[in-house]
Design a protein around this ligand. Structure first.
Ligand code: ZN
Length: 255
């Protein structure tokens, strides 16, 4: 896999965002396989939209590309808040590719965030543009990566090191078992996974997860039995092979 952008492609463009767009899109087309099914190539979709969308002819997955110079950090800027929420709640949102590159135009990291791990709770509204702005009142959004469980961050490239393709496809297909189109269930899954991830030990007790009950209650105010919901999510995680029940309120993470 070539990690450098083809800089010659950018010569005829003036604006930096345009240059980056052209170079990063071509990089994906020339180098990326489909992380969902392992198909050798993915194609750019010619949709005349201001977003970089790709699709896999093998499995039909659609991907949106977000690029950023430097570290990916805790969040990345996305487009209009309302469009984003509509896409998520309408279950038409694409899988997300996140690419970071160095000042020398070398790909540093490349992640896949599966679409079923995007919920309104990981989308942050940005401040409305001021009345003096060209698009006054327009509201953008950020995607908060830090709120997405580590299991759902599938790293194709880590620190300029290309990870094994079979591992990447395997990781995607493992996490896909948690897929649900029900937004509320998706939200609970993400929250309970984050609680478990926050417990440093491999083995943990049910009461350690219950310690987050108050926090979870605030996020899900209409739920009246948070502890039961936690137990239900742990059962789902057990059935899907992410947690093992050891008995007597004791659990083990399966990584
Ligand atoms: Zn595919």
């Amino acid at each position: 896999m070539e990690l450098h952008f083809n800089e010659a492609l950018a010569l005829s463009y003036k604006s930096q965002p345009q240059k980056i767009r052209v170079m990063s899109e071509r990089w994906v087309e020339d180098n990326m396989y489909c992380p969902c099914c392992g198909n050798l190539h993915i194609m750019k979709l010619e949709n005349n939209k201001p977003v970089s969308d790709f699709c896999c002819k093998g499995c039909g997955a659609v991907f949106e590309l977000k690029s950023k110079q430097g570290k990916i950090g805790k969040k990345i800027i996305d487009g209009a808040y309302k469009t984003m929420i509509d896409r998520i709640t309408g279950a038409t949102n694409p899988e997300l590719f996140v690419l970071s590159y160095t000042a020398d135009f070398e790909v540093k990291s490349f992640w896949l965030i599966p679409r079923f791990f995007l919920t309104p709770q990981v989308i942050e509204k940005r401040k409305k543009l001021p009345p003096t702005a060209k698009r006054a009142g327009w509201e953008g959004c950020n995607i908060l990566y830090e709120k997405i469980p580590a299991q759902a961050r599938i790293e194709v490239i880590t620190d300029a090191k290309v990870n094994d393709k079979l591992d990447v496809v395997g990781q995607y297909n493992r996490i896909k078992k948690l897929q649900t189109d029900n937004l509320e269930s998706r939200g609970w899954m993400i929250d309970v996974l984050n609680c478990i991830n926050a417990i440093p030990e491999e083995k943990f007790l049910l009461r350690e997860v219950y310690a987050y009950a108050e926090e979870l209650q605030m996020k899900h105010s209409s739920n009246h039995n948070v502890e039961a919901k936690i137990r239900q999510q742990l059962q789902v995680l057990r059935d899907k092979g992410f947690v093992e029940f050891l008995g007597k309120g004791c659990y083990k993470k399966i990584v």
